[in-house]
Design a protein around this ligand. Structure first.
Ligand SMILES: Nc1ncnc2c1ncn2[C@@H]1O[C@H](COP(=O)(O)OP(=O)(O)OP(=O)(O)O)[C@@H](O)[C@H]1O
Length: 277
């Protein structure tokens, strides 16, 4: 069954008066970032989105999250059009987005309070999700007392604690060092294997995209649409050592082959824009 459907989505931004961009060599005061984008995501699937910078990946996530409207086309969850933020979805951003004046536990409790969960259950659930992410003993720490990796664990624990049907993740590990990033990828998969939440995860890392996904969705240079979907038929649970296997290298090569022309096209686009302004 499809959990999320995106049908013929387009998104155009009108720029502020006086602002212009160069599109196909012509100056314009609007910018179309997505055009004719179709995508269906099955219940319980782990999807990663890759594409050049500026190809509209974050905008697509915002449309699915109901944070911004599409200019054309529809996005649906369980067959219902998405018209605004939906309690069935949770979002994790690149920056930790925790409340600095609340402890790790209170950050999670807050998300549950907003959704009307009673006090005792809030506390129990917040503790449970923190311990799932190995943060038992850190409940009373404030974000400034936690490392970047720990803060992002709290942010993911908070998102999952509301038991969303769909988890949207926009480059959640991009700000972390390489080792912490690898560890968090494995932790996320370990927990995802238990919960089987539908995940849409944006990343610039082809390694990360292949390691995590059931399917990698490659987006074209602006205006973004789906260029190709690569099935990742690697066994689960995914072992750390999988990264050293020939199958993994082969899949990374396939994704890069699909993306290479799009990254070049995006770079040409920027060069043209900066040369004419
Ligand atoms: N509110 C806005 N007004 C005007 N342009 C916008 C707005 N939001 C996004 N854009 C433009 O839309 C394009 C796509 O942005 P988006 O952040 O979705 O790209 P992305 O694929 O996620 O890029 P990156 O990988 O670099 O994060 C960019 O050129 C951006 O400048």
């Amino acid at each position: 069954m499809d959990r999320i459907t995106v049908a013929d989505i387009a998104k155009t931004f009108q720029l502020k008066p006086g602002q212009t961009v160069t599109v196909d060599g012509l100056r314009s005061n609007s910018i179309t970032v997505l055009s004719g984008l179709d995508l269906s995501i099955r219940q319980g699937e782990f999807i990663t989105l890759v594409g050049p910078s500026g190809s509209g990946k974050s905008v697509l996530l915002d449309i699915v999250a109901g944070l911004t409207d599409a200019t054309a086309g529809t996005a649906s969850i369980d067959g219902e059009a998405i018209t605004g933020p939906d309690p069935r979805m949770a979002y994790v951003f690149q920056q930790y987005a925790l409340f600095p004046w609340r402890t790790a536990l209170e950050n999670i409790e807050y998300a549950l309070e907003v959704r009307g969960v009673g006090r005792a259950e809030r506390r129990a659930r917040a503790r449970h999700f923190l311990s799932l992410f190995g943060l038992h003993g850190f409940e009373d720490r404030y974000p400034s007392q936690l490392s970047g990796g720990m803060q992002q664990r709290v942010a993911i624990a908070r998102a999952l604690s509301v038991e969303p049907e769909v988890l949207l993740m926009d480059e959640p590990f991009a700000a972390l060092d390489a080792q912490t990033r690898d560890i968090l990828q494995s932790e996320l998969l370990r927990i995802w294997e238990r919960l089987r939440t539908t995940v849409i995860f944006v990343t610039h890392s082809i390694d990360e995209a292949v390691y995590l996904a059931d399917r990698v969705v490659a987006i074209t240079a602006r205006p973004g649409r789906v260029k190709e979907i690569i099935d990742v038929d690697l066994p689960r649970p995914r072992a750390e050592g999988l990264r050293n296997s020939p199958e993994f290298a082969h899949l990374k090569g396939r994704v890069w082959n699909v993306l290479r022309d799009e990254v070049r096209a995006a770079q040409k686009d920027w060069a043209l824009s900066s040369a004419t302004h």
